[in-house]
Design a protein around this ligand. Structure first.
Ligand SMILES: C[S@@+](CC[C@H](N)C(=O)[O-])C[C@H]1O[C@@H](n2cnc3c(N)ncnc32)[C@H](O)[C@@H]1O
Length: 333
């Protein structure tokens, strides 16, 4: 039974993604419904939808109420209107990321990117060529960023901060949570040009318009140059995508921008580091799907990259989400 459960585990992730695409959690809206009612609302095949709903009771996404099905509390973030919704990330992980895992054998045999082997291009090249998936990716990143903003607010003092540059910030999902609590702060999202173009539309789903007005988008290649002039720079869930040498290149770009910024400028690196066996799944994702040759970043390696990139680490904290926050200043000569 244990082997069987694991062998079909991916099917359950797909089933959750299908339900998320059909917006079943939103349609249920706290109530219970029969498969026939849900099939009518989603335009799907009633008998097969019934199988999908049955299947989703196994991991506890749904529960039975007589002939009806209800979303469980643990899976409430599948709803698009949940404050910490994970709806798009659930779809992204079960579709694009799971498809990429077909390249795992290649990565295990060679140490090289399974994603490149499968698709003939890197993840970000693939997103450039597939706008629908790129939009899903951006929305998935906004889902992941929401809970971190609350943790950062509790851990870091933003009182005197005026400008934050979120480097590789995606659509800017981290900023509204921080900026809503600090009305003086302006935000700059520095990401690839197409991400910046989609950003305001995607962020409008979750951000207050008044906060959105204080956010600008700066098309950026962080291997080249990062906008200067801010007193906080953020790199969240960016460095683990890259090999050590590429991390140092990104950090040097940020250091160059910070050298032209106010004296009290700081860099906040927020990363889900790979440090125990429990993080092995994350390291495997990074090896298969991220920059060719990426093997997972731990705190020691991150500190080495920060030092080589021109920074001195001032503090480290573990956030309740499991991410580590390293606050760094530019190293003085
Ligand atoms: C894993 S996502 C993290 C997004 C965001 N920081 C977050 O945590 O939600 C990495 C981001 O790096 C951006 N990125 C990749 N290559 C880049 C480049 N050369 N210059 C700027 N941004 C880049 C991607 O577009 C993507 O938005």
């Amino acid at each position: 039974m244990e082997i069987l459960k694991l062998a079909v585990g991916g099917w359950f992730a797909r089933a959750m993604a299908v339900a998320a695409r059909l917006e079943i959690a939103d349609i249920l809206d706290g109530k219970s419904m029969t498969a026939a009612e849900l099939a009518e609302r989603t335009g799907t095949h009633p008998e097969v939808l019934h199988r999908l709903l049955q299947m989703l009771t196994v991991p506890g996404v749904l529960e039975r109420v007589g002939d009806e099905f209800r979303l469980t509390e643990a899976y409430a973030p599948l709803r698009a209107d949940h404050p910490f919704t994970q709806r798009h990330f659930a779809i992204l992980a079960a579709e694009l990321y799971d498809d990429a895992m077909a390249g795992m054998m290649h990565t295990v045999r060679t140490g090289r990117s399974g994603f490149k082997e499968l698709y003939g291009m890197s993840l970000y090249e693939y997103l450039d060529a597939h706008p629908d998936t790129a939009e899903l990716f951006d929305k998935g990143m906004v889902d992941l960023a929401g809970p971190i903003a609350a943790c950062l607010l509790a851990e870091h003092d933003f009182t005197d901060v005026t400008t934050i540059v979120d480097v590789g910030g995606g659509s800017g999902g981290l900023l509204p949570g921080i900026m809503a609590a600090h009305p003086r702060i302006g935000g700059v999202v520095a990401d690839r040009a197409d991400v910046c173009e989609r950003g305001p539309g995607i962020l409008a789903r979750v951000a207050d318009p008044a906060v959105l007005d204080r956010i600008t988008y700066a098309p950026t290649d962080f291997f080249d140059e990062v906008p200067a002039g801010a007193d906080r720079y953020v790199l969240k869930n960016v460095l683990h995508d890259w090999t050590y040498d590429n991390c140092v290149r990104i950090l040097r770009s940020v250091a160059a921008a910070m050298a032209k910024s106010p004296d009290g400028a700081r860099l906040l690196v927020v990363e889900p580091l790979v440090e125990t066996d429990l993080d092995g799944w994350r390291a495997m994702f990074q090896a298969v799907a991220c920059d060719e040759g990426t093997l997972g970043l731990d705190e020691t390696r991150l500190r080495e990259a920060l030092a080589e990139g021109g920074f001195t680490v001032e503090s480290m904290a573990r956030l309740p989400t499991g991410h580590k926050l390293l606050v760094s200043a530019l190293r003085t000569a």
